[in-house]
Design a protein around this ligand. Structure first.
Ligand SMILES: Cc1ncc(COP(=O)(O)O)c(C=O)c1O
Length: 400
């Protein structure tokens, strides 16, 4: 147990009335005011103290004019990628957008035309679907193959067939949300080879890359081969790692000059996004420079929460099953043993168990009966959620 840590993850911060999507937004989304919110992928923890100090200092300056990225900013990103991911990048490769989802949309706009085919690997983060469809591109799904042990693998035979049919882009989720996979080097190499062969550009969403549990390590897509490096847009951000999503910042790494110039033209010239958020830049630099130790302890705390949920399920909830993910603070729980439809399961969890999770069908129709549970909150909230769930399932067994 690492519940005792030098950083305080244990005291639940009251997020009510902070315009929090996860807490204040749940009534609008779920229609219930008080279900424990274990849905939106942000954390209930404060950012590292060094980030708060840097932000305070910047706010005290009082002037928030247009801001550029300083050499120290680039250095912090380059050092983080080298130290955490053994990935050497050049400062010139780093461009920015106000978030990873906007970067996916800009990439679709910059590198494909209406009607073009774009592949995604389902079940996957819902904006992947929307961005393809709402931009008038054709969605091609390459469903992940469920293994007998309850895990997921890429289905390369299906992928090969589909990419060969004039697909222009693949949006990769690495590590994968919601199934928590860290893709192996062999997977990424094979993917890179297939995509290069069929002229498919890879947009790698690596926003969860820092939230990895040992012994796994994240392998940046661009690092697996020269062919991969020349054929990708890698989307990174400090937002999941340090809980900075509201500061709208991301670092989009594009080693290929031609691709980067096209991307930047779309972002800066066509959409006029020329200047980074002042506070976003301040927070990013401080987080990447000073946040390593905080992150290591955070991962221990989150892992403990995950093991607690897994053990509670194993001991008390035989209808459910869950595996510890290799990455992310999200559990992907199989509720199919309860024998409820996706709609009834959601109602059961909201109204009987009093917990708000993300419905698996948001991520893909194949995921009916699964739920995504965010455990990046204090242990007290997780314990309460599990008590409520156990009581509700016991009543369900008794036919109440
Ligand atoms: C895979 C993935 N990409 C992107 C995002 C959000 O990115 P941003 O807030 O930077 O737009 C999330 C948030 O949950 C995510 O899981």
């Amino acid at each position: 147990m690492t519940l005792k840590s030098s950083f305080d993850f244990h005291t639940q911060i009251d997020r009510l009335q902070s315009a929090s999507e996860k807490w204040d937004g749940r009534e609008k989304v779920f229609g219930v005011p008080d279900a424990l919110p274990l849905w939106v992928a942000d954390m209930d923890f404060a950012a590292p103290q060094a980030v708060l100090d840097a932000l305070h200092k910047r706010v005290d300056h009082g002037v928030f004019g247009y801001t550029f990225r300083t050499p120290a900013y680039f250095e912090s990103v380059v050092n983080w990628m080298r130290e955490r991911h053994n990935w050497t990048i050049e400062p010139d490769w780093i461009t920015f957008t106000p978030g990873v989802v906007p970067a996916l949309a800009f990439a679709v706009e910059a590198f494909t035309k209406p009607g073009d085919k774009i592949a995604i690997q389902t079940p996957v983060y819902p904006p992947f679907y929307n961005i393809v469809r709402e931009n008038g591109r054709q969605l091609v799904t390459n469903p992940l193959a469920a293994t007998e042990e309850g895990g997921y693998e890429m289905d390369f035979d299906d992928l090969h067939r589909k990419l060969a049919d004039d697909v222009k882009m693949l949006i990769l989720c690495s590590p994968h949300n919601p199934v928590g996979r860290v893709w192996k080097r062999e997977d990424l190499e094979r993917l890179a080879e297939l995509c290069a062969k069929h002229g498919v550009l890879v947009v790698a969403d690596e926003i969860h890359a820092d939230l990895i549990f040992e012994p796994k390590s994240h392998i940046p897509f661009a690092s697996v081969s020269e062919a991969a490096r020349d054929n990708c847009i890698v989307c990174t951000a400090p937002s999941k790692t340090f809980n900075l999503a509201g500061l709208s910042v991301s670092n989009i790494v594009i080693p290929n000059d031609k691709l980067r110039l096209s991307f930047e033209r779309t972002v800066a010239k066509m959409h006029g996004l020329g200047s980074i958020s002042t506070l976003g830049a301040t927070a990013t630099e401080a987080a990447y420079t000073y946040g390593g130790e905080w992150l290591d302890e955070l991962l221990g705390y989150v892992r403990d929460n995950m093991e607690y949920v897994r053990d509670q399920i194993a001991e008390h909830l035989p209808e459910l099953s869950v595996r510890l993910p290799e990455a992310t603070y999200l559990l992907w729980i199989d509720f199919r043993g309860l024998g409820l439809s996706a709609k009834d399961l959601m109602q059961f969890l909201l109204h009987k168990a009093g917990i708000a999770l993300n419905d698996g069908t948001m991520f893909g129709t194949e995921a009916a009966g699964f739920m995504r549970m965010n455990v990046a909150c204090s242990r007290g909230v997780i314990e309460q959620a599990m008590e409520q769930l156990k009581t509700a399932v016991a009543e369900c067994r008794e036919g109440k």
